[in-house]
Design a protein around this ligand. Sequence first.
Ligand code: FAD
Ligand code: SF4
Length: 561
Amino acid sequence: MQRDETYDVCIVGSGAGGGMAAYALTRAGARVIVLEAGGPWDNTKDSAMLKWPYETPRRGAGTHQRPFGEFDACIGGWNIDGEPYTVAPGNKFSWWRARMVGGRTNHWGRISLRFGPYDFQHKSMDGLGDDWPITYDDVAPYYDQVDRLVGVFGSREGLPNEPDGLFLPPPKPRCYELMVKDAADRLHVTCIPSRLSILTQSINGRAPCHYCGQCSRGCMVNANFSSTNVLIAPALKTGKLRLVTHAMAREVTMGKDGRANGVSYVDKNTGTERHVSAKVVVLAASACETSRLLLNSRSSLFPSGLGNEGGKVGKYLTDTTGTDVSGYIPKMEDHVPHNHDGVGGMHVYMPWWLDNKTLDFPRGYHIEVWGGTSIPTNGLLSGIESYPGGGGYGKQLKADYRKYYGAYVGFSGRGEMIPNEDSYCELDPGTVDQWGIPVLRFHWKWTDHEYLQCKHMQETFRSLVDEMGGTVFDPMPTKEQGYGLSTGGSIIHELGGARMGEDPGTSVVDPHCQVHGVKNVFVADGAPFVSQADKNPTWTILALSLRTSEYVADQMKKGAL
Ligand SMILES: Cc1cc2nc3c(=O)[nH]c(=O)nc-3n(C[C@H](O)[C@H](O)[C@H](O)COP(=O)(O)OP(=O)(O)OC[C@H]3O[C@@H](n4cnc5c(N)ncnc54)[C@H](O)[C@@H]3O)c2cc1C
Ligand code: SF4
């Protein structure tokens, strides 16, 4: 096995968590190596932001590596050649992985919400799941730092569990969003400007958005957040970071003193086994990959994997709940053509607005909004036959496209799942990937908490479409159809697997995300999350990674690591 030189810190993964750790630790003066399983990518050069939709090969169809279309910025997908995962019989789970520098931040939706004070202490309020060992106040200063460094737009609303950030001005609502806001106001559903990490003003030398609406292709001017150019690039500029791409970490290696001494990895270009020595290891390979690495780091000291003395690695895995409803809105027919592309995401959204005391499910969800017109893409208005009199041939069909383009609106619910004993990942004893690394096997179960929440989403979205004078495209899914609840993992917000706590018997990392029992191994992605929230997780991953990295830097300076 070939060995590299010794570094202060070895970080596994260069996505949201790994990128932030690399940024913060190099700033603090540490010599850092990042092992990234994917290849290089630079959105300022590699993005298809300025291409016309008709320039896509295969008429916009996705590929194995880019299921969301060939211009999509994310290389990876639901299935990666040579890197399988399995699902226990009778269970359903989908796992999206990125394999590139910057991970999934290359095409994430940039919805950047802070968890609120209740989200850290929900068990104390309703008895379900577990409280975090830290509070909102512990994380708030790091959210502030992330806001200043990365940039997020939004509005100050003073809502109890939707903390305001240090916001850039939000873009104005588009035509269909004004109609949504109108309907929401009438139904007493809170509707406010969205909160996205897209620059509406220049900060930190980055250009503001020019409203081309193509964020998911990667932004060539760096106006939206990706780990690649907002965190990894400045970290490289310090001269303190070595970024190794195509480096698939296999396990954390242990010294005789009970401390980690580095990470072994496979150089995917040559298939050779390598080892990097480091004083500290930070795992940020994404929640499930980090669980896999911990479970695969077996030694005589830790026969069931690092941090797994209590058998909790891989446990308390959660995803966001999700369901969608869309409908045709006659008032939006024959609109005056105009450019309202805006940012590549919604300009308004609905945070959770109700009190569970009057409901038959715990916790809440937020509502994402889509619709209107943007640069026409391949497959535009497929299903035109479901509009009244829509479809046909020739001139009539073209006229119908013009009439109905933009005359629809859609709502997606994104809600909180309660962790349960039946949703977890473990090593599959019978399957390895192409490098012989044991793979994960997933177990998944939604409970009535999630099904009833989803039913409420469906009913709410239908009443919003109705209030806008529209007709929904699909009938209400039945109880037998799970009310349209998404497959576990498919909302791509997996969290948990190495949850945070004071007790090594019930958790994997301590409140600083330091692995119990191994002082110099830390986790800096979504794995330490004790619970979901009715918010998307990445802003909290960034804030926690920053908090952990500052702790690591401080402990190194004190000679405690
Ligand atoms: C389509 C889509 C939309 C989304 N929208 C939002 C949104 O609007 N808001 C939000 O908050 N979140 C959103 N997310 C989720 C968000 O992308 C993730 O929460 C975030 O990227 C997680 O950061 P991470 O660092 O944990 O993992 P990732 O960003 O996935 O990065 C992990 C990195 O580790 C690397 N890696 C994995 N295993 C190994 C290994 N063994 N060795 C070396 N490297 C390894 C991977 O190649 C990858 O680059 C979205 C995701 C997708 C896919
Ligand atoms: S909409 Fe703005 S942030 Fe998104 S790709 Fe275009 S310029 Fe960049």
